[in-house]
Design a binder for this molecule. Structure first.
Ligand code: ZN
Ligand code: ZN
Length: 278
């Protein structure tokens, strides 16, 4: 069968070349064709005009009859020559007719196939629909059962939600209690710290009292020491005076000794025998 019937026409000087024909089996060449039949043709096979000098006789390479140029403007693929050859309008018409017939047949067979496929599809779909409708019944029952189950679950979940809410509320309250306990502990710790501070301040007060007492005692002692120092200074002054007197007496003693020394020498010289002998 013909798969695709695409053909191109390309204009040459005076003829159209039909090319790119996929199935050239359509071009049926008679193997016993008389290739010399054109010799008997004195006039064009198609227009019946006589061949004269101005009207040249051409051979159609398909039916081998003599034709004029006007009646053989086409060239088409020739399976024997494997190239484009002159074709008369009659042969070309027959060829085109076959071609269009083949095209139509092809189209019809394709449509038939499509129809068959559609039938098959419809059959399958019908079967599926039947099956599905059965399944739908079963599914409906299942769906209802599932729906009931969902309702039950919803009921249970609602109950659980309310229980959950209570649990949440309880946990919230216990959290708050925890926070309050923490705050209380903090306050207690602060109170203890304040109490410790008060005790410490009291101790400091006691120490301060003792220090004040010590200070009073010390100032008393200082006053006593001051009076003692005064007495001592007076005594010192007296001692200093005595020292001066002593010094003067010593000086006087020294001068007395100095006066006494020559007198002593004289006295010695007079009394000492050794000194006298000398
Ligand atoms: Zn003709
Ligand atoms: Zn022909």
């Amino acid at each position: 069968m013909v798969d695709s019937l695409s053909f191109e026409y390309s204009n040459t000087s005076d003829s159209l070349i039909l090319s790119n024909i996929v199935n050239f089996q359509l071009i049926i060449i008679d193997p016993n064709v008389n290739k010399d039949i054109y010799l008997m043709d004195s006039s064009c096979l198609i227009c019946k005009n006589k061949f004269i000098l101005a009207r040249h006789k051409y051979r159609c390479k398909f039916c081998w009859h003599g034709v004029c140029a006007k009646c053989s403007k086409q060239k088409t693929y020739h399976p024997t020559y494997e190239c484009a050859k002159r074709i008369c309008d009659e042969c070309f018409k027959a060829y085109i007719y076959k071609l269009s017939n083949a095209s139509i047949e092809n189209e019809v067979s394709r449509s038939k196939k499509v129809i068959e496929e559609l039938h098959y599809y419809i059959k399958n779909t019908t079967e599926t629909v039947c099956r599905d409708s059965k399944t739908t019944g079963i599914l409906k029952e299942k769906y209802e059962a599932i729906d009931n189950e969902i309702k039950n679950i919803e009921m249970r979940s609602k109950l659980r939600e309310s229980a959950d809410e209570k649990t949440k509320e309880n946990s919230r309250i216990s959290k708050e209690i925890g926070i309050i306990e923490i705050e209380n502990n903090f306050r207690r710790r602060k109170t203890r710290m304040a109490e410790d501070r008060v005790i410490w301040v009291r101790k400091l007060d006691d120490k301060l009292g003792e220090a004040i007492k010590d200070r009073i005692l010390l100032s008393k002692e200082a006053r006593m020491l001051e009076s003692k120092l005064k007495n001592y200074n007076e005594k010192r002054k007296q001692i200093d005076g005595m020292h001066d007197t002593l010094f003067k007496l010593r000086e006087h003693k020294k001068s007395l000794y100095r006066q006494l020394a020559p007198l002593n020498k004289e006295a010695h010289n007079e009394s000492c025998l050794e000194c006298i002998i000398q």
